[in-house]
Design a protein around this ligand. Sequence first.
Ligand SMILES: NC(=O)c1ccc[n+]([C@@H]2O[C@H](COP(=O)([O-])OP(=O)(O)OC[C@H]3O[C@@H](n4cnc5c(N)ncnc54)[C@H](OP(=O)(O)O)[C@@H]3O)[C@@H](O)[C@H]2O)c1
Length: 320
Amino acid sequence: MKKRIGIGTWSWGNKLFWNYKSSNDNDLRETFNEALKRGFDLIDTADSYGTGSLQGRSESLIGKFLLVTPSALKRRIQVATKLAPYPWRFGNKGFNKPFFKSLERLNNKLDIVQLHWSTAQYNPLQEFDLLNNLCDLKDQGFNFQIGLSNIGPIRLKKLIHHLSIRDQRLKSVQVQFSLLAPELQKQYQVKEICEENNIDFYAYSPLSFGILCIDPDKEENKENSFIRDALFNNYKKQTYELRNCLKRIANQRSVSQAQVAINWCCHQKAIPLVGMRKKSQVIDISNVFNWNLNKNEFNLLQDVSKTCLKKMPKNPFSSG
Ligand SMILES: NC(=O)c1ccc[n+]([C@@H]2O[C@H](COP(=O)([O-])OP(=O)(O)OC[C@H]3O[C@@H](n4cnc5c(N)ncnc54)[C@H](OP(=O)(O)O)[C@@H]3O)[C@@H](O)[C@H]2O)c1
């Protein structure tokens, strides 16, 4: 099976956590162009990406970049957005307006529409209605596939069944999946269901917001947001062994720590969605297409990951 890697764009428009500055939009354009050139064939966004008045900025930037993308490359890349099931978006028409807005921002290039999180915990019926809404849009002739996000194994089975009644199937499911992800056993159950049903399994935050890339022996001097800085400081000490293990493998292979962490996902046939905002990051991550972890390296990472008790925070809306 061909290795696939997607581009994550949560940071494109997010000031609060990612310190987004519109003056860096040209870096994002270069990131996008380089990724397409180097064989990345999936880009993940969401209608909620972009803080405050910048909501939707990630989709708008992608739409703008697509306008001048050669048509062969445009055909190859899949654009996947996520629609947020806010409590006020309910009923089987609740997604109509947001769907058309995303379509407009993305200049009519929208291949996969994902439910951003499960509503199981606060309004269990809402997600069934919203999925019906997406099925209706497809029946009306809009050409996209359906995906889910932040879903657990029990709910996933129910929604697969629900869609089958409408003669529809899921294209993709995305959950937090990395060496530091919480509830990895649950994510493995989701992955197994995806494999049984021929659904693409996307690994989000595969670098744990960048923590896995921090050199264990050097001081970081990045211009981070206050929140990301606090997160890094909180995780540095307890993830030292894991980062040290990533660095050892990286040095033996003459690759980066980031590449090792991404190949840990690829080794398990997950499709990582890597958050990138610089051309240099795309060039680095594209090397993952050229090498694989061996069994010993993978097992070593699994062992060290298990002994690392500090995990990333859970998504509060992820279902069982
Ligand atoms: N469904 C959901 O609820 C959900 C939640 C979270 C994320 N996601 C999706 O998953 C995507 C990725 O997750 P994420 O953005 O949380 O973070 P991530 O991929 O775990 O980490 C991204 C950060 O890692 C650093 N990085 C990337 N490539 C690097 C390289 N080659 N060398 C060194 N550092 C590198 C960058 O930090 P600097 O730029 O600061 O260097 C980058 O911003 C998101 O963009 C989004 O599309 C979905």
